[in-house]
Design a protein around this ligand. Structure first.
Ligand SMILES: Cc1ncc(C[n+]2csc(CCOP(=O)(O)OP(=O)(O)O)c2C)c(N)n1
Length: 666
């Protein structure tokens, strides 16, 4: 529990009376809104929210200390950031009520939204992922030579999350001008700080990151304002991150229904004496800045401001449903114009690794705002050497070695995207994406649907088994993402597609997972155009054509299928999906219709894989064309084993050939 200050001592420094009164008014607004909302809650007219009662001076001090175009990333108790940035109050109320003119068209609740116009990026419920987004915004500012600071909030509870550590560490290593404000209010939901972490104050923690750390009295509006303003002025000139610990207390429950029974009564009473508004008001009265008349005028003005906005929000009709709008808003609009290769252009023999490298190099030339990030991708060229020479060609700003923190780097990529950059993140191995999973499925995937922002990010995923690399360097994990609306997934099987699909993914402002099979990197080559070209997303291709069966597959499966077909000497369509999300229903239907017999082959474990979905769809939509049961083959439902013989047994190759034979003979 942070130490209780004895009293609040205000120092106006050089602030004029008008400035003091402006701060006072700004401070009153969130409190008055909450007072009103409490009444409405009791009347059953609004749903719950997360109160910042008692903590208002932090938001208000921060929002007033920054330039209007500097980004703030608030948490769930920072109503003052939203009011301080002058968001239309009626829209804020509509947001709370899930109405259309809120900021998320009724799709997300309370403070879970942002507004680029107001330079505010709202949170997702997971709290910690906010920090890395601030890193990305600050990185974008730094790269664009914009002298701006970014402020991001965290609670003391959320500071236990790995994302807190990763976010601070990246900012420290990259010297990003981010102010990390921790609202140290002594509790995370009902858990006291003592059960959350073993240090006393964040001033003990910050230095461990090599970061300047300041502790301030969060209930003192003038202290917050002055410290943040002074810091921001300095950080614009001398970019670096700073951790600010703001000591405060939350006077209401986690949310209204949870109450405050877990807080000792005496603690509540002690903190009540340090109320940020009452104390500031008293100071203003004592110094003659505020008189009774001005107080009444302000109170009336704010009351009217709130009631007028509430009237508008309540008058707005309940949201109506429109299915096409719901479905369309999952992805950022993108009309792909496919760039076909110039037939007369030169071709070169390229392996899959070269094709990927080619695509990245040409995309870097095409998009000056494309940033590459990944472990060891700088000087070292990445563990697979795909970015070899890139740092020398494009510079360390654009080809960035990252600390070992997948979550923060994916969050940073999203922050870059919010500022109009494109980002490519290389997973060293696809397996390690599990550490960045939350950012992908909850932040990147949902941001367009929630508040219409692009996540212009491609995550490259060196994937696949067959090299005796064991359970953590061999997994096929595309199905983890296939289930998540908002993502796109591509998986090339040859050098031509590897280049064209990566270029297409980088062009598209939506978030992509780009799977590249490590076993193909140096074993599969082809003559491909030297020029830049793209491939249509969502379009499968026939890797070979035949009459008697259809094999639907992707990635390494294509090569296994080609081999099996030759070995059995059967006539088969081999449909290479190329894009897994969205997958090509037309092409699937066409091949099933043509042969009447279909088998799906995947390298991934069988249960719940891509094949499960596509075979279910075939059973439902192509039933009348089928002359045999829809079949599937995949790897065993075990982790990927290390020893070569075990791995051979794990992979589907032999089982597939046997099944294909049965199907052909059916
Ligand atoms: C990853 C995650 N785990 C659990 C929760 C549930 N939860 C929401 S707020 C909260 C407490 C947060 O405490 P703190 O960061 O101190 O902020 P405070 O609410 O005190 O302002 C918890 C546990 C969550 N939102 N996200």
């Amino acid at each position: 529990m942070p130490k209780l200050p004895e009293k609040l001592t205000f120092d106006r420094k050089k602030l004029s009376d008008t400035q003091l009164l402006d701060l006072y008014e700004s401070l009153l607004i969130p409190r008055k809104i909450e007072e009103k909302m409490l009444i409405l809650l009791r009347q059953g007219k609004i749903s719950k929210w997360f109160s910042g009662w008692g903590q208002e001076a932090i938001s208000i001090g921060v929002v007033n200390a920054l330039e209007e175009d500097e980004f703030i990333l608030p948490m769930h108790r920072n109503l003052g950031i939203f009011t301080g940035r002058k968001m239309p109050l009626e829209r804020l109320f509509s947001q709370f009520q899930g109405k259309l003119s809120g900021f998320t068209k009724g799709r997300d609740r309370s403070f879970h939204f942002g507004s680029i116009a107001h330079h505010v990026v709202g949170m997702i419920s997971h709290l910690g992922p906010q920090l890395a987004i601030a890193d990305g915004i600050a990185l974008a500012n730094t790269l664009s030579k914009e002298k701006k600071v970014t402020v991001v909030f965290s609670g003391d509870g959320a500071s236990s999350e790995g994302d807190f550590h990763e976010g601070l560490n990246v900012a420290a290593v990259w010297k990003l001008p981010v102010i990390f404000v921790v609202e140290h209010n002594g509790y995370g939901l009902s858990t006291p700080s003592e059960e959350q972490f073993a240090f006393k104050n964040f001033t003990d923690k910050g230095p461990g990151y090599g970061m300047e750390t300041i502790c301030i009295q969060g209930n003192n509006i003038l202290e917050v304002y002055d410290v943040i303003k002074t810091l921001a002025e300095d950080m614009r000139e001398n970019p670096r991150p700073v951790l600010v610990e703001a000591i405060t207390f939350r006077m209401r429950g986690h949310e209204e229904a949870s109450g405050t029974k877990y807080v000792p009564k005496s603690l509540m009473e002690d903190w009540a004496k340090l109320d940020p508004i009452e104390n500031f008001e008293k100071y203003l009265e004592e110094t003659g800045v505020l008189d009774q008349k001005t107080k009444e005028i302000l109170s009336k003005k704010i009351k009217k401001f709130i009631n007028d906005a509430l009237d508008i929000a309540f008058a707005e009709e309940t949201i109506t449903t429109d299915l096409p709008t719901e479905l369309n808003d999952v992805y950022a609009p993108f009309n792909q114009h496919v760039t076909s290769p110039d037939l007369s252009s030169l071709k070169s023999d390229k392996r899959v690794v070269d094709a990927i490298s080619d695509s990245l190099r040409q995309s870097m030339e095409k998009y000056p705002k494309l940033i590459l990030m990944g472990q060891d991708i700088g000087e070292y060229g990445g563990v697979f050497k795909i970015t070899d020479g890139f740092k020398a060609q494009f510079g360390a700003n654009r080809v960035r070695n990252t600390p070992l923190c997948e979550s923060a780097i994916i969050g940073t990529a999203l922050g870059l995207s919010l500022k109009g950059f494109k980002a490519m993140v290389e997973m060293q191995f696809a397996d390690f994406v599990s550490v960045g999973f939350n950012q992908i499925v909850n932040n990147l995937a949902k941001i367009h649907y929630r508040w219409a922002q692009n996540a212009d990010v491609v995550i490259r995923m060196p994937t696949g088994a067959g090299m005796s690399a064991g359970p953590f360097h061999s997994q096929s994990n595309e199905a983890w993402f296939f289930h998540t609306p908002g993502l796109k997934i591509v998986y090339p099987s040859n050098p031509y597609d590897a280049k064209g699909l990566l270029n297409a993914a980088i062009e598209d402002p939506n978030p992509y997972l780009y799977f590249e099979h490590k076993g193909m990197y140096r074993s599969i080559n082809a003559e491909i155009p030297d020029d830049y070209y793209t491939i249509e997303i969502g379009k499968a291709a026939l890797a070979s054509e035949g009459e008697s069966v259809s094999i639907i597959t992707y990635g390494m499966g294509v090569h296994w299928a080609v081999k099996a077909v030759a070995e059995l000497d059967i006539s088969a369509d081999i449909l290479d999906l190329r894009t897994l999300l969205p997958w090509d229903k037309e092409a699937v239907k066409a091949t099933v219709k043509k042969t009447g017999k279909v088998i799906f082959l995947q390298e991934d474990c069988l249960t719940g894989g891509i094949g499960a979905e596509i075979c279910a769809w075939i059973s439902e939509h192509c039933f009348e064309f089928l002359d045999a049961p829809v079949m599937r083959e995949g790897s065993l439902d075990t982790p990927v084993p290390f020893a070569s013989l075990l791995e051979k047994q794990f992979l589907p190759i032999n089982r597939f050939t046997k099944k294909l034979k049965e199907l052909a003979a059916y």
